[in-house]
Design a binder for this molecule. Structure first.
Ligand code: MG
Length: 241
């Protein structure tokens, strides 16, 4: 890995590599809500805390650990682990082709997710992308006070993992504007916000992750299809002169 001067293309996984029509986001949200309710909270409290923790900590789970002392592995089993992903998403030949068309003499491809390892690997396997990535950086739920996007420490861990110091060599696409904004602020070179037209993440009807404050004025590019990466990052694809 030392002296590898290729750029690194980082893909978020959830809600970036599969479409919102898969309803996984809603199914996850429902399970997290049920988890809060099972702690003895009312539906109203559960909704409010879910949004608060997601906004404050990047992941509802981190608030649950901090304030409710829950077991993160139990949470992962009950939430992400219980999703019938095989019935909800299927591999997309166009996406596989997009990954295949990235010129590996110029670029390495990594996944960068706030999910835990089993869920991340399962999604990548179903999408048939597991053989097309060079590495996966996931949130390690087993570590107390684990770090996640959009914290700077997580992005710094990412560049450490791939052994680069020049952050301008990082390409990054994520469906969370906050995550993209954080990478951009740290000097990651080519940051893109993936946002399907009309798709916003909602928690029980409350918008928590759409076109956010400041995005209209942001220099960060916004795409509604990953195919657009061929046009905005032509230099990393095969046949680029
Ligand atoms: Mg995502």
């Amino acid at each position: 890995m030392l002296n590898d001067d290729r750029v690194v293309v980082w893909f978020d996984i959830d809600n970036t590599l599969y479409p919102s029509s898969s309803r996984i986001s809603q199914a996850m949200s429902d399970r997290i809500h049920a988890y809060f309710v099972n702690l003895g909270l009312s539906h109203e409290e559960a909704t409010a805390l879910h949004i608060q923790y997601y906004t404050q900590y990047g992941l509802a789970l981190r608030g649950l650990i901090r304030h409710h002392d829950i077991d993160p592995l139990d949470f992962d089993r009950q939430c992400d682990g219980s999703l019938p992903l095989e019935d909800m998403i299927k591999f997309d030949p166009k996406l596989v082709k997009l990954f295949e068309d990235i010129d590996r003499t110029k670029a390495r491809v990594w996944a960068l997710t706030n999910a835990y390892k089993p869920h991340a690997q399962r999604v990548l396997r179903i999408l048939q992308l597991d053989g097309l990535i060079d590495g996966l950086l996931y949130c390690n739920y087993q570590v107390k006070d684990f770090i996640c996007k959009p914290e700077a420490e997580f992005y710094n861990l990412a560049i450490q993992q791939v052994g680069i110091t020049d952050r301008s060599k990082c390409y990054f696409v994520d469906d969370s504007f906050r995550n993209v904004q954080a990478a951009h602020a740290l000097g990651w070179g080519k940051c893109v916000h993936f946002c399907e037209k009309g798709h916003d993440l909602t928690v029980n009807g409350n918008l928590v992750n759409g076109l956010e404050n400041g995005e209209m004025d942001s220099p960060i590019q916004r795409i509604s299809s990953l195919e657009e990466l061929r046009d905005i990052w032509p230099e990393i694809f095969k046949d680029y002169e």
